[in-house]
Design a protein around this ligand. Structure first.
Ligand SMILES: *[C@@H]1O[C@H](CO)[C@@H](O)[C@H](O)[C@H]1NC(C)=O
Ligand SMILES: *[C@@H]1O[C@H](CO)[C@@H](O)[C@H](O)[C@H]1NC(C)=O
Length: 154
């Protein structure tokens, strides 16, 4: 009695299942696997594209870094060249300043020497002139005396 009931129930259930899903379960399974495969393939393609993009970006970054390094080296070289030039100019300025200082001292010494000689010459000249004037005065007074004597006698 129980077996008959179970069999009936099984038949009813099977019938319902067939009615709800007319296509065979095996086909459905394949369809699912096919869709899964498609999705996996699509994901792989997307992953490959992303990888390519990453590789490209990496290459670009590397190129940029290389260019930046080259630029940095160029700037460094320029800075060093400028430093060397600045030092050269500093040295040149120092020697020029020294030369000017020496020339100035030389000129001052020369002017001082000229002044000393000039004053000495002037002193000498004044002495010479005063001697001349003195002798002139003496001679004139003598002549005056002579003149006076002549007047006195005459
Ligand atoms: C910068 O340049 C100088 C001389 O050109 C060099 O000696 C030095 O190593 C350089 N420094 C860097 C960081 O490249
Ligand atoms: C000083 O006098 C001498 C000759 O008396 C002359 O040769 C010389 O040029 C003079 N110096 C100056 C600075 O006037």
């Amino acid at each position: 009695m129980f077996y008959v009931l179970a069999s009936c129930l099984a038949v009813i259930m099977f019938g319902t299942s067939v009615a709800v899903e007319p296509s065979c379960p095996v086909c459905s399974k394949y369809e699912y696997q096919e869709r899964l495969l498609e999705r996996v393939l699509s994901n792989e393609l997307e992953l490959r594209n992303t990888l390519n993009k990453i590789t490209e970006t990496h290459a670009q970054v590397e190129d940029t870094l290389k260019a930046m390094k080259a630029e940095s080296a160029k700037i460094n070289d320029s800075m060093h060249a400028l430093d060397v030039k600045r030092r050269d100019i500093d040295d040149e300025m120092k020697s020029l300043r020294k030369e000017v200082q020496e020339k100035k001292q030389e000129l001052t010494d020369k002017v001082d020497g000229l002044l000393v000689t000039g004053v000495r010459n002037l002193t000498g000249n004044v002495q010479e002139m005063s001697t001349i004037v003195q002798s002139l005065v003496t001679q004139t007074s003598k002549e005056l005396d002579i003149l006076k004597g002549t007047q006195f006698c005459g």
